[in-house]
Design a protein around this ligand. Structure first.
Ligand code: MG
Length: 367
């Protein structure tokens, strides 16, 4: 099934709700209001068209489109679109000296998603069924409601809406300059939602080791489900020390760029929960490998963001991983993600089951 065309686009869309974390803010501080979505359409000789995409908040978007158009398209034309594993290695090795993580990997992930979309369409099956069909839905936790700029009352209102939908719980950001502010906010949210509600917190790599240790001990007292990205992601020994010192699980992995980076964390016992992002880790092909590594290490997986494509891997090969409900790119797709009783259902259409209408591309395209 030869590839005949590779088309790269870049969309820039408003976020449904502005975001601000311990590591991400606008150029002049404050919340970020938009998201970049590089998109690739890969067409085969029989007219089958696969959709793939990546995402970024703070740059790299036009460069990602360039990698898709200038580097990957010539490598893909004429290849068999069904050979996703072989093509993953072809792209990885070809751009190894300038890639291996970051925007080159994100462009590669977009290609990988498109190849799986083609495979599913040709097979006439949703990808989660092709992968293994572990389950028919995955529980969601509400994540677009706990940003640093929001008041406790605003967060509680957003969280209560998620819980009213039957979602398993919620996640809030921490990472203010003064961590006491964060502890007070978490305490107030815990008090408002009650002791039984599942709450996770995310520091987005904000702190140094002593601060993270101190905050982690406070979070343990508040019954928090996990402490996400307490330290810089490069600091594997620091995460290992923290994981050993604290009872609260350390969750980590959204910025890791391949199975090799996850392997380093697993070998160092540096994270209790692994959080691959399907776009940052290398697509479906790579995420499936990380899921297997996690299973061998007996570590839970909690995938990061990009729920519309992640649901395929989460239901295909994972028996218990939750979905992070974050509708950041929902505006691009013709149909919204299906949420029922707080769980996300994978689309039943072949492939990813996603479509970006041409009028949407026109509306959000960056030239
Ligand atoms: Mg996070």
């Amino acid at each position: 099934m030869r590839i005949t065309e590779v088309r790269a686009e870049l969309l820039r869309m408003p976020l449904p709700r502005p975001m601000q974390s311990g590591s991400s803010g606008g150029i002049k501080g404050g919340p970020v209001g938009r998201i970049n979505m590089p998109v690739v359409f890969i067409t085969t000789e029989d007219g089958t068209r696969g959709l793939g995409y990546s995402w970024s908040l703070l740059g790299g978007d036009t460069a990602t489109r360039c990698v898709l158009r200038d580097d990957f398209a010539p490598l893909l034309i004429g290849e068999d679109a069904l050979d996703n594993e072989r093509l993953w290695h072809k792209l990885y090795r070809r751009l190894q000296t300038v890639g291996r993580r970051g925007l080159v990997t994100q462009a590669q992930s977009a290609v990988d998603l498109a190849l799986w979309d083609i495979k599913g369409k040709i097979a006439g099956l949703p990808i989660y069924k092709l992968l293994g069909g572990c389950r028919e839905s995955a529980p969601c936790y509400g994540s677009d409601g706990g940003w640093l700029y929001m008041s406790v009352a605003e967060m509680v209102k957003a969280f209560e809406e998620y819980l009213a939908q039957g979602m398993m719980g919620v996640k809030m950001k921490i990472g203010h300059e003064n961590p006491k502010v964060d502890i007070d906010r978490v305490r107030e949210v815990r008090k408002a939602l009650g002791d039984d509600v599942w709450i996770a917190v995310d520091a987005n790599q904000k702190w140094d080791f002593p601060t993270a240790l101190r905050v982690g001990r406070e979070l343990e007292q508040l019954g928090i489900a996990w402490f996400e990205e307490p330290l810089l992601c490069e600091d594997i020994p620091g995460h290992a020390r923290l994981a050993a010192a604290l009872d609260i699980p350390i969750a980590m992995g959204e910025t890791l760029g391949s199975r090799f980076e996850f392997d380093a964390y697993i070998r160092a016992n540096a994270s209790d929960i692994l959080q691959p992002d399907i776009v940052r880790v290398g697509g479906i092909t790579e995420m499936v490998k990380v899921a297997t590594m996690a299973e061998v290490a007996q570590l839970p997986v909690a995938p990061h963001h990009m729920m519309e494509s992640t649901i395929q891997v989460a239901c295909g090969v994972m028996s218990s991983a939750p979905i992070e409900y974050m509708p950041w790119i929902a505006a691009a797709f013709a149909e919204p993600a299906e949420i029922k009783d707080g769980c996300m259902l994978p689309p039943q259409k072949p492939g990813l089951g996603l479509e970006i209408p041409e009028e949407t591309i026109k509306r959000f395209r960056v030239d």
